[in-house]
Design a protein around this ligand. Structure first.
Ligand SMILES: *Cc1c(COP(=O)(O)O)cnc(C)c1O
Length: 239
């Protein structure tokens, strides 16, 4: 069960994050409405997830496809949210996932992209995707090396997907200045590729709780914020 205290805390956290994001946008001359806050709900149960939606967060991110579809299917569809899949996706999970019309941020192989395109086209869907770029070069990180992603742009699937842009995470243990340089490098790749391949790539998914200010300064249009939103909130009973 969830008491009013939890709801109040979530509403307060959401409001604080909204204000910080808007402030960061304005500080670099951007319009706050250019930035979508994806509330990363992987830390909490379905009740707390819906309480965050009640507080005003209509874009929800999950790392695991199973969690995404369990929550989406438990909602009874009363609420209008956009789901974002932000963690590694296996091809055998694609079919069930695409029915929830997610934005998939974590496309990290050509095989996965083709699978999303095929499963979507077979259901007459167009799934919105981003290519995950391993911008830090960390071996432990997922995502395409820049040159691999570039090779993919020359042979994108012709139906079933809409490529929106790029996603990146700062490397482990980077300080804020280094994180900002990595985010700027991601934006430069986007700018360069959209010109070179005549693609419209409006979205840059960059920035988490610890580095979203730097990401916004570097041009992020989607920030994926989890722990900041759930400060002072228990994860719940897993329902
Ligand atoms: C968990 C996660 C986030 C949110 O991270 P916080 O630091 O909790 O805000 C963002 N992006 C990805 C890919 C994640 O796995």
């Amino acid at each position: 069960m969830m008491d009013d205290q939890v709801r109040r805390q979530l509403a307060e956290n959401w409001r604080a994050v909204e204000i910080e994001v808007a402030g960061a946008a304005e500080a670099c001359g951007r319009c706050p409405s250019e930035i979508t806050i994806v509330g990363v709900t992987k830390y909490v149960d379905a009740d707390r997830t819906w309480a965050l939606v009640d507080a005003g967060c209509t874009h929800l991110g999950e790392s695991r496809p199973q969690s995404l579809w369990q929550k989406a299917e438990s909602s009874g569809m009363q609420v209008d949210v956009t789901w974002h899949l932000i963690g590694h996706l296996q091809t055998n999970k694609v079919r069930r996932l695409v029915g929830h019309h997610p934005i998939i941020h974590s496309v990290d192989s050509q095989r996965l992209l083709q699978c999303i395109a095929d499963e979507s086209a077979a259901r007459e869907l167009v799934t919105r995707v981003l290519l995950e770029i391993n911008i830090s070069g960390d071996e432990a990180k997922t995502g395409f090396a820049p040159e691999e992603a570039e090779a993919l742009l020359e042979q994108l699937p012709e139906s079933g997907i809409e490529l929106l842009g790029l996603m990146a995470m700062a490397g482990w243990g980077t300080d804020r200045d280094e994180a900002r340089r990595q985010f700027e490098a991601t934006r430069e790749l986007r700018d360069q590729w959209s010109q070179q391949y005549q693609l419209n790539l409006p979205e840059l998914s960059m920035g988490m709780s610890g580095d979203f200010l730097e990401a916004i300064a570097a041009g992020a249009t989607m920030v994926r914020i989890g722990s900041r939103l759930f400060e002072g909130v228990e994860p719940g009973d897993g329902s």
